[in-house]
Design a protein around this ligand. Structure first.
Ligand code: ZN
Length: 364
């Protein structure tokens, strides 16, 4: 995620903080300032914030470690004003597993709150309940309050927030996964709209939250639909078969000719029938500027091109685009290069498929 800084690595997972998290810091800081404008209360505010920060982080580790139990790694955890995002490599497709992963985050906050509650009961006792809030009460009392708030807020069924995922998982035990996602996403956007509207008149932070939820719901719903449309379809149904390959001892001038003559932007580099690398149009332009048209392809190519077989599904092949940030995937049969799969390719395939589906006389 851009606009974020890396804090460190814990339990094998990168932890980052997003620039907009500072908005939360500002909001809490302002609350303290309005309450009592002294240095001492400001310092207390900082300590409280660090503790809150840790609770949000533990919430995300709840998700990440629950997912790890099902063999799903987490790329990184980013802290945002709405409570952080653990970027899991994928969501469990088994609804019961998704339910556990979604509930694990808020469960951490409930456990922290319960721990603080027991501690306070055994030691000092409580301030009158009415005084406890984000800025009222002792540090521990405020932590108890905010942890319950975190758990409760995240359990609002606004997909893709935790409560929305719980809802999707519950729906998916009875409905098709795509349908369950559509319903959860529609409800998520409805709630996000109300959040945003309410936020306009009360708290600008809510407007941001609403925006995150709205966009998140839309993106994830579209992703699920695409993945479903691509599942079970073999790569050979969509791959480019009419393409140019380069040899490592080809000159850059030849690659430039290919770029001008056609619409191909990514070239596999083949030596003795084996794919040994790739050259993108962008690398070509940089190479031309630096070394001129007589330089060899083998000297500036990227020495790795992800490969799939033509029997693989498009769903599996498309994971290369998400994970590795590449624009092309080599398609092989018995070790020989037989095709190329690009993002444009996939998009065209989807368009053709949708068009055919809309054609008269076709069952959906
Ligand atoms: Zn969560």
């Amino acid at each position: 995620m851009s606009w974020s800084w890396r804090l460190g690595k814990f339990a094998g997972i990168d932890v980052k903080v997003h620039a907009t998290f500072l908005l939360l810091v500002g909001f809490v800081g302002l609350s303290y300032w309005l309450q009592a404008g002294s240095l001492e209360s400001a310092l207390q505010g900082v300590i409280f914030l660090l503790a809150l920060f840790a609770c949000v982080l533990l919430h995300e580790f709840g998700h990440a470690l629950a997912a790890r139990r099902y063999g799903i790694p987490t790329r990184d955890i980013t802290l945002l004003p709405i409570g952080g995002v653990a970027r899991l490599e994928r969501m469990p497709s088994d609804p019961r597993q998704e339910l556990v992963v979604a509930l694990a985050g808020p469960a951490v906050n409930v456990v922290i709150a319960a721990g603080v509650f027991i501690w306070l009961t055994l030691t000092t006792g409580f301030a009158p309940l009415g005084q406890i809030g984000i800025t009222g009460g002792t540090l521990l009392e405020r932590l108890l309050f905010t942890n319950l708030l975190l758990a409760g807020f995240n359990l609002i069924p606004a997909f893709p927030m935790d409560g929305g995922r719980v809802l999707r998982a519950l729906l998916a035990t009875r409905l098709h996964y795509v349908r369950a996602t559509q319903i959860a996403a529609a409800l998520g956007q409805g709630i996000a709209f109300l959040f945003g509207l309410w936020g306009l008149f009360s708290n600008p932070l809510l407007v941001f939250t609403a925006l995150f939820v709205w966009i998140g719901a839309q993106q994830e719903s579209a992703q699920v639909q695409t993945r479903h449309a691509l599942s079970g379809v073999p790569v050979r149904a969509a791959m480019l078969t009419n393409f140019h390959a380069l040899a490592p001892d080809d000159r850059l001038a030849r690659a430039a000719e290919y770029v001008l003559a056609g619409s191909q932007r990514d070239f596999p580099v083949v030596s003795f029938g084996r794919v040994i690398g790739a050259l993108s149009a962008r690398q070509l332009f940089a190479g031309l500027a630096q070394y001129g048209p007589h330089a060899l392809v083998g000297e500036i190519m990227h020495p790795h091109l992800p490969a799939v077989t033509d029997e693989d599904t498009l769903e599996n092949a498309s994971e290369h685009f998400q994970g590795e940030g590449t624009h092309a995937v080599a398609v092989t049969r018995d070790g020989q290069l037989v095709g190329l799969l690009t993002l444009e390719n996939l998009a065209e395939f989807m368009q053709i498929r949708n068009a055919l589906r809309a054609a008269p006389g076709q069952a959906a």
